[in-house]
Design a protein around this ligand. Structure first.
Ligand code: ADP
Length: 352
């Protein structure tokens, strides 16, 4: 079965075509500048039309959808109810869900007879217990505004956990894992018996680790303090926290870890500091998750930094396990979110 995987962002569509169940990649590509002035792609429909002209024999489509809130705890075949549910999540993921939805609606028009599945970044974390997902805020905010930790990168954490089980030749229900997805966006997840029990990203992807341009955990009082002192409006403040902070904000040079490593080696102090802070925050989370899990069989690194930057991995792991009886395995597992979406789509369609 040929499965087209679509990751539809606000101004781009990434796609991969897989032959399943063989998991053979048949084609891949990227359409950019959707909706931008002067672009030949005024909307997602026109972009997808070009993609579908290029690929042959699509039998099912799997869509990445960022936010499924509590509505979607697992992948689903798209129908009217699912479209309504994704729309309902748009107000808590206004940057991502509307674009994901546009991709789905365009595909429905272009391939009316083909089944489509929606795979949610948040779904894998729906197993997190209330003690870890409720914030110390008035409880009504959770009940009425759906304010809670959701977590993201779920498809990636799930994929590398499954791979770890396969490589270690152990069923997932016998493993305690910590998975570190360290790319531009970074998150870390504690996985017990194959289920996410806590993760560092929160209501939005801003919480947790220090990332390329996102600040991660900060004192929440800083937000109003900075806004007051600097007379920032909400939009500017959000943009500082999301786009001007993290490695970029601390170093004043770049969000790219490769650049920072090379600048730190040639003596740039703020690049060194940015890396120190990045590493320290990850070690703190690993320590916390070690206790939350009550043991650890494997620590897994994935995504751009996790897969490629051995010095960073070494610094994260240094002396980390002298305090435990049985040191965990440290593994590097390349992530493959698109393949995971293809697998889940294939499984769903076959079951139907
Ligand atoms: P994204 O979250 O945008 O998918 P990536 O997973 O590509 O990000 O990770 C980007 C980060 O990984 C950057 O900080 C970059 O410096 C770092 N990195 C290190 N080595 C590589 C590599 N060989 N390819 C891509 N990114 C790399």
């Amino acid at each position: 079965m040929k499965i087209l995987v679509i990751n539809s962002g606000s101004s781009s569509i990434k796609f991969k075509l897989f032959q399943m169940p063989e998991e053979r990649l048949v084609a891949k590509g990227l359409i950019e500048h959707i909706g931008e002035v002067g672009s030949r792609f005024p909307d997602h429909y026109s972009g997808l039309k070009v993609i579908l002209d290029k690929v042959d024999g699509v039998q099912a489509v799997g869509h990445r959808v960022v936010h499924g809130a509590e509505e979607f705890k697992k992948p689903v075949v798209v129908d009217r109810g699912v479209i309504r549910g994704i729309k309902k999540c748009c107000d808590i993921a206004p940057l991502h869900n509307p674009a994901n939805l546009s991709g789905i609606l365009a595909c429905q028009k272009l391939l009316p007879r083909i089944k489509q599945a929606a795979i949610f970044d948040t779904a894998f974390h729906q197993s997190i217990p209330a003690q870890a997902y409720i914030y110390g805020l008035p409880y009504d905010y959770y009940r009425r505004q759906r304010i809670r930790k959701y977590g993201f990168h779920g498809t990636s954490h799930h994929y590398v956990a499954l791979e770890a089980g396969r490589i270690l030749r152990k069923p997932l229900n016998k493993l305690k894992l910590v998975t570190c997805h360290l790319g531009n966006g970074c998150s870390i997840t504690a996985i017990d018996k194959g289920r996410s029990i806590d993760t560092s990203m929160g209501f939005t992807p801003l919480e947790g680790l220090v990332m390329g341009t996102r600040c991660g955990d900060i004192d929440p009082a800083l937000v109003t303090h900075i806004m007051r002192k600097k007379k920032f409006d909400i939009k500017l403040m959000e943009s500082i926290l999301n786009k001007e902070s993290g490695l970029k904000g601390i170093s004043g040079i770049s969000n790219d870890m490769r650049v920072l490593e090379s600048r730190a080696k040639s003596g740039n102090k703020r690049s060194r500091l940015a890396i120190d802070i990045f590493v320290y925050r990850i070690r703190k989370y690993i320590g916390a998750y070690l206790l939350a899990l009550g043991g650890l069989d494997a620590l897994i690194f994935t995504a751009g930094i996790g897969e490629n930057q051995a010095d960073i991995r070494k610094r994260i792991c240094k002396g980390l396990f002298t305090c435990v009886k049985q040191p965990p395995k440290v593994m590097v597992i390349p992530t493959n979110e698109e393949l995971m979406i293809a697998r889940q789509t294939y499984k769903l369609i076959k079951e139907k």
